[in-house]
Design a protein around this ligand. Sequence first.
Ligand SMILES: [Fe+2]
Length: 479
Amino acid sequence: MKNTKSIVSLFLAVLMLFTLALPAFATEIRIDTEILEKQWLNTEEATRGITVNPGKTESERNFSWYMDESVTSCAVEISENEDMQDAKSFTGEIITTYQGDKAAKVTVTDLEENKTYYYTCVSGDEKSEVYSFKTEDNTFSALYMSDIHICYSEEETDKLKNTSFAFAELLQKAKSKADINMILSGGDMATEGLRIEYEGLTFSRSSRELTFANVMGNHDRHSFDFKYFTNFPNEVFGPMSGYQSGNYYFTKGDVLFLVVDTNNASATAHRDMIKEAVKAHPDVKWRVVMMHHDLYGGSIPHRETENKLLRILFSPIFDEFNIDLVLMGHSHHYSVSNVIYNSENVESIENGKTVTNAKGTVYFVSTSVDRPDEDQEVTYSDWVGIGMDKLTDSYYNIIDFSPEAITVTSYYLDTDEKYMSFTLEKDDDYEPEKIGFFRKLGGILAAKLSTLYGIYVNADRYFELKEEGFEVGFFEFVF
Ligand SMILES: [Fe+2]
């Protein structure tokens, strides 16, 4: 009898161990370079630059892709069936690029939550392969990454393929780590802003099957292709908007995403867009800004003057409109700030911590995919709650969104081990802070001055581009 009991106990123990081990199988990282090779070598399909951007809400998606010069019509066909039966067709707009070929921009509407849709991009008589994407409800996860830096180099011939594969492999990892259907990308997707780099960014099926929300980085601005490969919802071209992109916003679940092109020096444009978006969606619970430039990391001394200036311009706006989380990049140095209000720490952020009803904003800077900075000293500011151990480390970040909470979890890019996580949650006791009269006024005045500075920056860039041989209109570009 005793023996039977021992055998049963042993069996139960083994069963328990096996059950505990199951999540490890569920999160096994899968990278399939063979399939990426096939996709890469299928040149005609790989170089279409097919991108699925978010629409105004979850019921829409915006598509863009490149087409030949001779093409005169474009459409997206969309179906709930993989064989494209009962497909609906949405036509769109065609833009002639500075290179003389075409870019298609199509918006698909009337999508329902929690469904898989199949699509093909139609350029004249030609159809792309069939891809799919998923819609979600108010609980969803996204990959956040900045400074992907797909890079074309005449000297290093493999650079384009290597950097494109690094990103495609990251997407495969992130998809096996979590149920993600969206990429949030904080700028510098391309190093020289070239079409060939955006083609590399979007060559893989993984990229085309995730909704790709991105913002322009300073490197994306080096050339003119960013405006052709993107198709943003609610795009607002305020005072001194960058020539290639305005700010834009969209909602997904209970989150209002506010995407700010910080290459545009005019903080008036940024404040106006955020004000418009918040007014249009006053009851959406979470407000998340995505922008390229870093504000509070402070880890690169020679950039501190720029950061200081940007803090003067942006922090009153983020305080006024009660932004919960700001996603950033640019420095390539990972940092998570404490909860900040009025440029002061109001609550600490530590690994594993949950902050309830935060009285301010958390500023989060992602590392780069391909370009860790190895030669800089770490001098994190007092605002930083969590920094990185070694500057050569890179992490990728999964953000889980629900009406109750936002959780950011970062993983080592090389080992996929967890590095840290933190959670922001809100309950019925949440009371947004109210900005003081003089701080708000000071912010508005500083924003007006920055619009003047923007004229100078844009004029400088205009003359640079003219020298490089680009045909751009002075008034179109500078104002
Ligand atoms: Fe960068």
